[in-house]
Ligand binder design. Structure first.
Ligand SMILES: [Zn+2]
Length: 401
């Protein structure tokens, strides 16, 4: 892929005259006002302005952004980067971009480039990524030059191609919707198009035992290994896990107490969310081993430099990728950051609730209180049909006559 990178730089007045330096970013991704990176150090220059640096072919371009605020400059940078990659996508789809051909018909590649640019201009970078993936592949699969050549069968061909690559019905359906938006932009009559594959949108996603086993085997970092076990075995929310402290564990009664921590951390649980969760002997033992061997001085169980860890999700995605447990097929895996959509923290909570439902010894009211749900309907949402193996065993155990 050609280079679509756009860097944010700052032209500053130094002792040796005017110089360009890369803008300095804070850990949260925000541009730090006035700061630049010079000789690997952050330096502050009060006089200067931001600029974009990128390549046009082999030519290096500096585009001044006079009077732009740090946030405004960063927004301009992202926009420019999206526009450049829109052009490149269209070019890679096979056809050189011309604004019009002799017949005054725009090629699909040129139209896609325009569509992507419009999306980027609206500032929807997430939508931009999704359209780029779906429509780029659509054009490659159907191999048409012009919008009026597209047939309804092309949609079937596209869906088949995705399914053959092992994509889930959910992903195929999402991509279908994105392509449809593009077709509407082309003023194509989308009413006669075939429907996307059906999937159950209401069922929460859960991890399979196989996935969990591979995860616990692969994640050797004691902290994250413990965190994922705790999320799975207690069903606590990400926010709740962030503020868990060692004193919340009662070793005598083997429970984990979820309480508000307004004074210390500004963290508040709603009344019905306050609860005591039973801890398995195994989990208590793991927690204590971790505390003895790895925990620092923080009162928080999963602290990050003494503060609540707000990067838990990002860490999970990174570890999944490193362990090659990512699916490699979803939009997330194929996107810029290669973060698999099939792995997320809330899924541990959904898995906890589903597993508990399947235990015949648990009643709904108890499960509702463990989940911290204000109503039973929320708890019922996690009831799902049993897997084939389970129903098979069930019919075998039945006394039929
Ligand atoms: Zn994935």
């Amino acid at each position: 892929m050609a280079n679509s990178k756009v860097a944010l730089v700052r032209r500053v007045k130094t002792d040796k005259g005017w110089r360009y330096y890369p803008a300095a970013y804070a850990a949260n991704g925000k541009v730090q006002p006035g700061l630049v990176i010079a000789d690997d150090k952050e330096v502050k220059y009060t006089v200067g302005h931001y600029a974009l640096r990128y390549y046009q072919g082999t030519r290096l371009i500096f585009e001044a952004l006079k009077g732009a605020t740090p946030a405004g400059a960063e927004a301009k940078r992202m926009l420019k980067e999206s526009r450049l990659s829109a052009l490149i996508v269209a070019r890679e789809a096979g056809i050189a971009i011309k604004t019009s051909d002799p017949l005054k018909r725009k090629t699909l590649a040129a139209q896609l480039s325009q569509f992507l640019t419009d999306t980027a201009d609206r500032g929807s970078l997430k939508a931009f990524e999704a359209y780029r993936l779906a429509c780029g592949e659509f054009l490659k699969v159907i191999g048409r030059q012009y919008a009026d050549e597209i047939e309804p069968e092309d949609i079937v061909k596209f869906q088949k191609a995705l399914a053959e690559r092992g994509m889930s019905a959910r992903t195929v359906s999402n991509r279908h919707t994105n392509v449809k938006t593009f077709l509407k932009f082309l003023e194509y009559d989308t009413k006669k198009l075939p429907k996307p594959p059906k999937y159950d949108k209401t069922m929460p996603e859960i991890y399979s035992d196989k996935e969990l086993n591979s995860l616990f085997k692969a994640v050797t970092c004691p902290r994250e290994n413990l965190l994922y076990r705790l999320l799975l075995q207690t069903g606590v929310r990400e926010q709740e896990a962030m503020f868990l402290e060692w004193e919340d564990i009662d070793r005598e009664t083997k429970v984990l107490r979820l309480r508000s921590k307004v004074k210390r951390w500004g963290f508040r649980l709603k009344d019905f969310e306050e609860r005591e969760l039973p801890l398995s002997d195994d989990l208590i033992a793991r927690l204590m081993t971790y505390k003895r061997k790895h925990a620092g001085v923080s009162t928080l169980i999963f602290s990050r430099d003494g503060k609540p860890d707000s990067h838990m999700l990002r860490t999970l995605k990174r570890q999944v990728r490193r362990a090659e447990l990512d699916c490699g097929k979803c939009d997330g895996c194929q996107g810029k950051y290669r973060e698999c959509e099939r792995w997320f923290l809330h899924k541990f909570r959904a898995t906890f609730c589903t597993k508990m439902h399947r235990n015949p010894e648990i009643d709904l009211r108890t499960l509702q209180s463990l989940m911290g749900h204000s109503d039973l309907a929320s708890t019922m949402r996690y009831l799902r049909p049993a897997e084939k193996v389970q129903t098979q065993a069930l019919v075998n155990r039945m006394k039929w006559s």
